[in-house]
Design a protein around this ligand. Structure first.
Ligand code: ASP
Length: 337
């Protein structure tokens, strides 16, 4: 038996005014999608774990379909929604062999990353999928992606982690990046694709605490040292991920380094990743290495911004302050394998 959770995204969208193809797309209730899923044979509605589930036959499988009360465009997905999704999966975990989550592609890699840390000791596949064209639209990729996700959710190859099934490819959730608005995902920052058993299974548990905010800073020649100082001093921002040049480089002048030290002295957390597609932030190749500025900076190598932000939000909420640096710099769930 497979559990399928529909959260929204293009997969389940339709034009707000169905008669006007220029009206904006918005997420529709799951029930509206059913006529377009001929491969699924509706069996019955059941109630389990306080949830209403639609049971379908798909080939030899039973699929139990669930939906968020209000499906969303994934631009509206928040850390609170990650908690909700993780808690739902934890609740039904022992009843199913695998899990499929239909989700918008815009923030799918963030959600997949967050769930890879929230769901600990997984021994069943959790597979995200979505589509570029709505299921209800012409030439939709939705059904092909869904079939791939369902097949992967029954495969022993994908137990123990969270994955993205899209465009004939399976990528590791916590290393994936959305390639383009008309394309799929890549895990091009992950040197060893499909490494299995990348972490040791423990007993399954859901640790869904999450710090609601981490601030990304994309370094460019137009980013003034004064702007950096202002944002690092903000009372509302406590953790930062600097997306630095090349292999982790940053302007060398004192104007730029002083605000970093000041923020670290104030107890703020600063992490470093590379803004390049395939590069990684290393500790001290150049004099301009950001991580050379201070040992307290977290050097996160080839981690994606999606994963670095979700992992740091998770770490801040679940670990003592003195354990965060090691936790962040070491591979936990395959994200640095
Ligand atoms: N805006 C949509 C979303 O992320 C895009 C998609 O699903 O592909 O929900």
């Amino acid at each position: 038996m497979i559990y399928l959770l529909y959260t929204g995204g293009t997969f389940g969208m339709d034009h707000q005014d169905p008669a006007n193809p220029n009206s904006p797309l918005s997420a529709q209730p799951f029930s509206q999608l059913l006529p377009k899923m001929p491969l699924f044979t509706f069996v019955q509605t059941i109630h389990k774990h306080d949830r209403e589930l639609k049971v379908f036959d798909y080939k030899t499988l039973k699929i139990h379909c669930d939906s968020l009360t209000k499906p969303v465009d994934s631009s509206d997905v928040t850390p609170h929604l990650w908690q909700e999704i993780a808690n739902i999966i934890a609740k039904v975990y022992h009843d199913y062999v695998g899990f499929v989550i239909i989700h918008g592609t815009d923030t799918m890699a963030y959600s997949a990353s967050a769930l890879s840390f929230m769901l600990d000791g997984l021994d069943k596949p959790v597979i995200f999928t979505g589509s570029n064209v709505p299921l209800l639209g012409d030439k939709s990729d939705a059904l092909a992606n869904l079939k791939l996700a369902i097949t992967s959710a029954t495969s022993p190859e994908y137990t123990n982690n969270v994955w993205i099934a899209f465009n004939n490819q399976i990528t590791l959730g916590n290393s994936s990046t959305k390639l383009g608005s008309d394309a799929g995902f890549t895990d091009f920052k992950r040197p060893h694709r499909f490494t299995k058993k990348v972490f040791v299974n423990e007993k399954f548990s859901a640790l869904t605490n999450i710090e609601p905010s981490v601030t990304p800073i994309f370094v460019t020649p137009s980013l003034s040292s004064q702007a950096i100082r202002d944002i690092l001093r903000s009372d509302n921002c406590h953790s930062f991920i600097f997306m630095t040049y090349g292999c982790g480089n940053y302007p060398t002048s004192e104007d730029y380094s002083a605000p970093i030290k000041e923020a670290l002295d104030a107890g703020k957390i600063i992490a470093n990743i590379s803004q390049t597609s395939t590069g990684k932030a290393v500790k001290s190749l150049y004099q301009s290495s950001f991580s050379r500025l201070d040992d307290r900076i977290l050097t996160l190598q080839h981690m994606t911004i999606e994963t670095a932000s979700a992992k740091l939000m998770w770490a801040k909420a679940n670990l003592p302050a003195d354990e965060i640096k090691n936790f962040m710099e070491e591979d936990q769930k395959g994200e640095l394998a």
